[in-house]
Design a protein around this ligand. Sequence first.
Ligand SMILES: [Zn+2]
Ligand SMILES: [Zn+2]
Length: 124
Amino acid sequence: MSRSAGCDCGALKVTCSAEPKLISLCHCLACQRRTGSPFGIAAFFNRSDVLVEGACTAYERPSESGFPVRFHFCPRCGSTVFWEPQRKPDMIAVAVGCFADPSFPRPTQAVNAQSRHDWVQDGF
Ligand SMILES: [Zn+2]
Ligand SMILES: [Zn+2]
């Protein structure tokens, strides 16, 4: 199944031509800051299954795994649409919210529960 993810303004688009290998919900404080939301959710795809169209700006930061993560966001509207975890160089992570699809498969794991907001339940 092919799915498209996009930024808020539509200038940056990512098309994923296969199913995600992993869907990870992250409660960490860095994801909270990046998204402006209490958690972030990433769908990991094989790099060869992902096509990126449009301009993007990169921001790289270290992660708790010890490997940096390179985030790509729309230079116009600022949505972070996808990122490259150096720990998984053959994978691309795509922000699940950018698919704007309430029927997108649910997360397969949740990480960094130590910073989960009290009212949030992982629900799977
Ligand atoms: Zn945009
Ligand atoms: Zn995180």
